[in-house]
Write a protein that binds this ligand. Structure first.
Ligand code: AMP
Ligand code: ZN
Length: 115
């Protein structure tokens, strides 16, 4: 998708602070961190969000989670971390390219939602 900011990050067309990339997956620091550790893990391919996961592309979701597990080990997140994906307007999705937020580095609230 030519107007998608995460496609541009994956292609290296706009800068990001990357932690990892391979043929299928890119991980980079969130520009507006909500915790001491806050990075995003995305498939290179443009999938609009969780609602657009299909039997044809779901292997890319698995690849994202393999990278999350690898980075959790590499970045010393043994104390715990949270993975979040927002889908659609009510969830506050602002970038319509599937991404998994990985949050860690402090005790995260026990409630999944604040309101
Ligand atoms: P969401 O609200 O779940 O769609 O999350 C989008 C996330 O992308 C937000 O946490 C933003 O801070 C983050 N974000 C937006 N633009 C960039 C960018 N250029 N580099 C890194 N993170 C970004
Ligand atoms: Zn995209």
């Amino acid at each position: 998708m030519s107007d998608c900011i995460f496609c541009k990050i994956a292609a290296g067309e706009i800068p990001s602070n990357k932690l990892y990339e391979d043929e299928n997956v890119v991980a980079f620091h969130d520009i507006s961190p909500q915790a001491p550790v806050h990075f995003l893990v995305i498939p290179r391919a443009h999938i609009p969000g969780a609602a657009a996961v299909t039997p044809e592309n779901s292997h890319l979701v698995a690849k994202c989670f393999e990278v999350i597990a690898m980075l959790a080990e590499r970045e010393n997140l043994a104390g715990g971390f949270r993975v979040i994906t927002n889908n659609g307007a009510d969830a506050g999705q602002t970038v319509h390219h599937l991404h998994f937020h990985v949050l860690a580095g402090r005790k995260l609230g026990e409630k999944l939602l604040r309101d």
